[in-house]
Design a protein around this ligand. Structure first.
Ligand code: ATP
Ligand code: MG
Length: 381
């Protein structure tokens, strides 16, 4: 059974017979009606998309009928047959019944079929447009709701972060001060064993402080609300000064710390404090995970000076190939438990985020037992 999508209204039976014959082989079904009442009954029963009506009929004019259709079934496409050039009918049809088009009588079967096919297509397009529009409205509303939920979460997180940092840092500071007083002896004598325990407590407080700072830094950056304070500067100069401050740490472990800088480095705008943080962490890591030899910090640029690369190369323990990719994720630490406890496992994640915000990338080349080379590349605009 074909779905009936088209309705013809004409008071002449021979016209309706012709219509039935012409549309017999079409993929859609056609219904015919001899008067308005019959037509309205069909409208109720079937899924009519296109209505074609004769203008001159005894009980109702085509324009009036199509007007009723427009009121009751506004999505149905309306077509009016006009037997002769009737200017009044044309004007009223457009203004009152908003017909889609006219077809002059007598019509040619092929022309009629094309007109109906086009009208059906037009109807489907309107419905599809409406569906898409409704879908868009729903999606928009979903987006709006998701957005406002995010905003609430973001506000909560911000509030949480600042409360958290205050609530955690303040008691930690007073615990540390109290421990200092006890270690210092002002609260009475302490045994070496007690001092040792207190020293450990203090080291853990420092670690907790670092952890809080790192988590908050990372949360702030990942929220997208951190704004880079970019200033044009000489990367070599920054490298030199960071290396200088870390040299004594390296030396105390019996390691060398040298710099090898490319003088052709182009000037670049970057957030100095953030890049210093990256260099500090990479160099601190290199020192931490190297027991013999040392660390070289080098800068490089390409022929066209389109980018700038900084490498921190060490002669340390190296990293298994399979572990290298996950190191830049949060809380990823390798090695022994006691080493892991010393760090927060957030250093490289912070480096990655800072470099990402500069439009660059970080990476590592390493082999177990052969040392590592951590690098970051920044584009020069
Ligand atoms: N130069 C390196 N040589 C060998 N392993 C390294 C090196 N740098 C980093 N790693 C490995 O990557 C892990 C993650 O480094 P990351 O800087 O993120 O954290 P962390 O140094 O442990 O803690 P934090 O930086 O907070 O002190 C380290 O725990 C270590 O296992
Ligand atoms: Mg680190």
């Amino acid at each position: 059974m074909k779905e009936i999508n088209v309705l013809f209204l004409d008071d002449e039976q021979n016209v309706l017979n012709a219509v039935n014959r012409i549309f017999m082989d079409e993929p859609y079904g056609v219904a015919v009606a001899r008067n308005a009442q019959e037509a309205m009954d069909i409208m109720q029963r079937e899924k009519i998309k296109v209505v074609l009506s004769d203008q001159r009929m005894p009980d109702i004019s085509g324009i009036e009928f199509l007007h009723q259709i427009k009121v009751q079934y506004p999505d149905v496409v309306r077509i009016l047959f006009t037997a002769y050039a009737d200017l009044f009918a044309a004007e009223a049809a457009i203004n009152i019944s908003e017909v889609y088009r006219f077809i002059n009588k007598p019509w040619h079967p092929e022309e009629l079929k094309t007109a109906v096919a086009t009208a059906l297509h037009y109807h489907d397009m309107i419905m599809e447009n409406r569906r898409l529009f409704e879908e868009m409205k729903v999606k928009n509303e979903e987006l709006r709701q998701a957005n406002s939920r995010l905003q609430v979460l973001y506000d909560l997180q911000k509030e949480f972060s600042s409360t958290l940092s205050h609530e955690l840092r303040t008691p930690l500071a007073s615990i540390k001060a109290a421990i200092d007083i006890v270690i210092g002896g002002s609260a009475g004598a302490t045994t070496p064993e007690q001092k040792d325990f207190l020293g450990r407590a203090k080291a853990n407080i420092d670690r907790l402080n670092r952890l809080i700072n790192n988590i908050l830094d990372l949360a702030h950056m990942e929220s997208g609300k951190a704004v880079l304070d970019k200033k044009s500067g000489d990367m070599n100069k920054v490298i030199r000064s960071v290396a200088e401050t870390q040299e004594s740490v390296a030396r105390s472990k019996g390691l060398y710390l040298t710099v090898s800088l490319d003088p052709r480095l182009p000037p670049l705008a970057f957030d100095h404090d953030m890049i210093i943080q990256v260099l500090n962490n990479l160099i601190a890591n290199a020192i931490k995970f190297t027991d013999a030899g040392g660390i070289t910090v080098s800068s490089h640029t390409d022929e066209g000076r389109h980018q700038l690369e900084v490498r921190v190369t060490d002669t340390g323990r190296g990293i298994d190939q399979e572990d290298t990719s996950k190191l830049f994720e949060k809380f990823q630490q390798l090695g022994q438990a006691h080493e892991r406890h010393a760090g927060t496992g957030l250093g490289l994640a912070i480096c990655k985020e800072i470099i990402r915000q500069h439009g660059g990338k970080v990476g590592v080349k390493s082999q177990k037992g052969e040392g590592s080379c951590f690098y970051f590349i920044l584009p020069v605009f």
